[in-house]
Design a binder for this molecule. Structure first.
Ligand SMILES: [Fe+2]
Ligand SMILES: [Fe+2]
Length: 487
């Protein structure tokens, strides 16, 4: 969650316009024209690439009605194509200044600074591209939902990712004129996993074939989203800062879905093992016979999602990272709470590198290590939920721990892209790594097993064999509430 959101009086969202907003859209004719032209293309994209088979279903969704922390959303049944996507910015902080880089202390920009226009547009496009990508990746999951509760949560995540796309498109269209409008159109033209027009970043072209993948994705990969948004929330370009601060409020829910989803799977597995008197987590055959997901498979899935997500942070040592920080376009995680000069011209940061066949911690200029630091913050941020999963296992009296793999494991970008390292961090020859690949990462048998479990459960209050019910329902609803009405 962004700490920067203030508890100001409710900032009402105008629903009078075609597009709900708190940016006075009715007064801004040029922007309104651009957005109203883009909207039908967006809805067409949603119908083509959004949740497959559920466009007519009534879904119990949360819609934003204001932008303060307390009263920002209301719940009700909605058909997804009729969801009130809109443009919502966190309230303006009067007198805000640029928090970092060479312009530190100057008033935050309300317009795009000309010298950074191209850099800023690129940042927006890369962030914006991930939003529709995840909707595309998740579009087939509805057909195998483990419950109506989970189905509803999937759709809530999907419509909010759709709104995140709106958020970025607003910035492109309002502040970048013609090329902004072109980029906005392109955001609807790329497709996740498409050979000719793929999404920009690797992890967003991977498949999300089953619900375990979905929960791992929302826990680990949406958390990359959180970290990137946190760094953009520190932007000296104030409209970007305000936009991302509101997006972060939605992002928190996505990670909640991931953490509790994996947690409920862990809980169900431990319970089934205990009931059957199985004490060895590695007795995979016996565990799978119970119709639950074995703990070693959860570890391999975590290894996969963690490592591809770490690649999203870019090279640890990076001139781009230095430039955008120095320009004041993005900051570090919780920049304003860090106790230093926020310019970093004389500072260093310790980065794990691979040199002359060994891992070394090296002090490098802090400016060039902006990405490395954000990755470190991300790894720390991931650990809380992992600890809570392990608590469930420990409580059940089983001897197993889920761990984050070594930073260098299975990386394709940055310092470690050319080395072969086990999840525990031992250096390996490529042949040795390949021989153990199926123990480190999900293998075909794992995927076949997962896919055999993916049978839809759509009776209110019922859950698939492999996942425990949630502790509490959405919006205080109890057990058999019909979160999605499918006809
Ligand atoms: Fe998002
Ligand atoms: Fe998200």
């Amino acid at each position: 969650m962004s700490e920067a959101i203030t508890n100001e009086a409710l900032v009402e969202v105008s629903y009078d316009d075609l597009i709900p907003n708190n940016v006075d859209l009715s007064e801004d004719k040029a922007l309104r024209r651009a957005l109203e032209k883009w909207q039908p293309d967006y809805v067409n994209w949603w119908r083509d690439m959004g949740p497959d088979g559920f466009q007519e279903a009534q879904v119990y969704l949360r819609t934003a009605v204001g932008v303060d922390k307390q009263g920002w959303a209301k719940f009700g049944y909605v058909k997804m194509p009729e969801y009130r996507w809109g443009i919502l910015l966190a309230p303006k902080e009067e007198g805000r200044t640029i928090p970092c880089g060479k312009h530190k202390g100057e008033p935050a920009w309300q317009e795009v600074p000309g010298e950074y226009r191209a850099m800023l547009r690129r940042l927006l496009v890369i962030q914006g591209d991930t939003e529709p990508a995840s909707v595309e990746q998740q579009r087939h999951l509805g057909k195998t939902c483990p419950s109506l509760y989970d189905l509803r949560n999937l759709f809530q995540v999907n419509v909010e990712e759709g709104r995140h796309l709106w958020a970025i498109v607003y910035l492109l269209q309002k502040y970048f004129g013609r090329d902004g409008r072109e980029e906005a159109a392109e955001l609807l033209n790329r497709r996740s996993g498409n050979v000719d027009k793929p999404r920009i970043l690797g992890a967003f072209n991977e498949k999300t074939p089953d619900w375990l993948s979905f929960f791992m994705f929302t826990y680990f990969t949406d958390r990359d989203g959180k970290m990137q948004l946190e760094s953009l929330a520190q932007s000296g370009f104030d409209p970007l800062s305000r936009t991302t601060r509101f997006m972060l409020m939605e992002e928190a829910f996505h990670m909640f879905v991931g953490e509790t989803g994996v947690g409920r799977i862990v809980e169900r597995t431990c319970q089934a093992m205990n009931d059957a008197g199985i004490t060895d987590p590695y007795d995979v055959e016996a565990v799978r016979k119970l119709g639950v997901i074995d703990l070693p498979l959860l570890q391999r899935k975590a290894n996969f999602h963690v490592s591809v997500t770490r690649d999203l942070f870019g090279a640890e040592i990076s001139t781009n990272g230095a430039n955008s920080f120095n320009a004041g376009l993005k900051g570090r995680f919780q920049e304003t709470k860090i106790d230093d000069d926020h310019q970093l011209l004389n500072d260093s940061y310790s980065v794990l590198r691979f040199k002359d066949g060994a891992f070394v911690e090296e002090e490098v200029p802090a400016l060039s290590a902006i990405n490395a630091r954000l990755l470190d913050d991300y790894i720390k941020d991931c650990q809380g939920g992992v600890n809570r999963w392990n608590k469930i296992i420990e409580k059940a009296g089983l001897d197993f721990q889920i761990v984050q793999p070594h930073k260098a494991f299975n990386r394709n970008i940055g310092e470690f892209r050319d080395v072969f390292v086990s999840p525990a961090g031992e250096l390996m020859e490529q042949a040795a790594f390949d021989a153990r690949r199926e123990a480190f990462l999900p293998n075909q048998q794992d995927y076949d097993f997962l896919s055999s479990l993916m049978q839809p459960v759509t009776e209110p209050g019922k859950y698939a064999s492999w996942i425990a019910p949630p502790k509490v329902g959405v919006d205080q609803k109890t057990g058999d509430f019909e979160y999605v009405k499918i006809d």
